[in-house]
Design a binder for this molecule. Structure first.
Ligand SMILES: Cc1ncc(COP(=O)(O)O)c(C=O)c1O
Length: 416
């Protein structure tokens, strides 16, 4: 058995499921630490896309012929896979969107435009991705409600005491990131739900699960979000598909998002009636192969078990944090320990600009992300322009981390 197999054999087995790792980058073995941006794709997903186009390709919801019926059945089955995977109660529906960004824009346009008024308050946090800030600001410019921002506490988490103090009768929406894509902090969503039930029971709770769905075992029933959103490409699935998961009753009380085919009940020039959710929000031909392949990604992760994924990534995270401690001049931004955080670590280094660090790592075949991570307000509140971000996926190994730490020691020497 090789040293690597002794270190963490599980991830090495999973890595073989991802054909991209047979490639070299800059003539070096490819080491990928940018899963928070977009995950690599396993064979199961690539094969599902291929099969959706070659085995019985047809449009969905339209044809009475066998292939269209088969394609429709495969497509529709993904809604139940999603619900099961994230523990959504039976009363919830899954709407397919393009990604998280579109899911939040859908909520802003359909729910926000209908139910938000001047004088209402929308609560966001300093940790939010631009996708959970800009749609609300655009709507605020039209409607004139207030946006309150919960700051971070000293440990790099959303300050729940401040959140509690902001909740009240004017609160109409609390929209928060489950796991920060920039610094990895995990939000205690069950506690937020309990606080909202006590201090603002009328408010809706939107949870951005973009970074939690791929990395932890979820049970939506435990925190009953009114809107839960995530994106397929971070879940080892394809680009172009995301999900809005919400109680069907709430969705049916909203106006449609876009108009067109598939979302109507009856059309005439004197008026049109709409289908119930989810079809109400899915105008036009959907991304058929991508939805089916998202189902394949969920099947793949389910076959591993999300508890196993979570435990393995926690083990890697502890190893990574330990390794980073030994790099001269490196400071981790955000939560310092393993508890309350996911495998997304941001750091800065003395004398070295994040882009310089990324360029040196690139030459060694190591992909990391640099910049503001679509969280400019967060960077401002942390007093940094940008960071280097290392994010973990199921294919990373302790050997990857050893190589990263060696490379960062070299960077430290170069910029000393
Ligand atoms: C927390 C979070 N929210 C939203 C998004 C936006 O995802 P997408 O670009 O797939 O819409 C991201 C992507 O980085 C994210 O990490």
């Amino acid at each position: 058995m090789s040293v690597a197999m002794k270190k963490n054999d599980q991830q090495i087995l999973w890595r073989d499921d991802f054909p991209i790792f047979a490639n070299k980058m800059n003539n070096k073995d490819f080491i990928y630490f940018d899963t928070a941006s977009s995950a690599q794709k396993p064979n199961a997903v690539l094969n599902a896309i291929q099969a959706a186009y070659t085995n019985h390709y047809a449009n969905v919801h339209r044809g009475l012929y066998q292939y269209s019926q088969q394609q429709t059945a495969l497509f529709e089955a993904v809604r139940d896979k999603v619900k099961k995977f994230i523990g959504a109660p039976d009363s919830y529906a899954v709407v397919f969107t393009r990604n998280t960004t579109e899911a939040i824009n859908l909520v802003a346009q359909c729910w926000g435009r209908t139910y938000l008024h001047q004088g209402d308050e929308v609560i966001l946090s300093a940790l939010e991705h631009h996708a959970n800030i800009v749609p609300w600001q655009m709507l605020q410019n039209k409607i004139g409600f207030d946006i309150k921002v919960v700051p971070l506490n000293d440990s790099g988490h959303i300050d729940l005491e401040t959140l509690k103090s902001l909740l009240g009768s004017k609160t109409k929406l609390v929209a928060l990131n489950h796991i920060s894509n920039a610094i990895g902090s995990i939000l205690d969503v069950e506690r937020v739900r309990a606080m909202m039930d006590e201090h603002a029971p009328q408010a809706k709770f939107l949870v951005d699960g973009s970074q939690s769905v791929p990395h932890m075992k979820l049970n939506l029933a435990h925190f009953a979000p009114d809107f839960f959103v995530f994106t397929g490409h971070k879940l080892y699935g394809p680009n172009g598909v995301g999900c809005l998961v919400a109680p069907v009753e709430l969705l049916n009380a909203l106006p449609p998002y876009q108009g067109g085919g598939d979302m109507i009940e009856r059309v005439s020039f004197t008026g049109t009636t709409f289908q119930n959710a989810p079809a109400r929000f899915e105008a036009g031909t959907p991304v058929i192969a991508e939805v089916i392949a998202l189902g394949a990604a969920i099947d793949y992760l389910t076959s591993i078990g999300m508890e196993v994924v979570e435990a393995c990534e926690k083990d890697l995270l502890a190893y990574l944090l330990e390794g980073l401690k030994n790099i001269d001049g490196l400071s981790i931004i955000g939560p310092q320990g393993v508890e309350g955080r996911a495998g997304i670590i941001s750091f800065v280094m003395n004398n070295a600009h994040p882009s310089d660090i990324a360029m040196v790592l690139d030459q060694m075949g190591i992909a990391v992300r640099t910049g503001h991570h679509c969280c400019m307000p967060l960077m401002e509140s942390l007093g940094v322009e940008g960071t280097v971000r290392v994010s973990l996926g199921i294919y990373n190994t302790k050997d990857d981390i050893d190589l990263l730490c060696e490379a960062l020691k070299k960077v430290a020497r170069m910029f000393a």
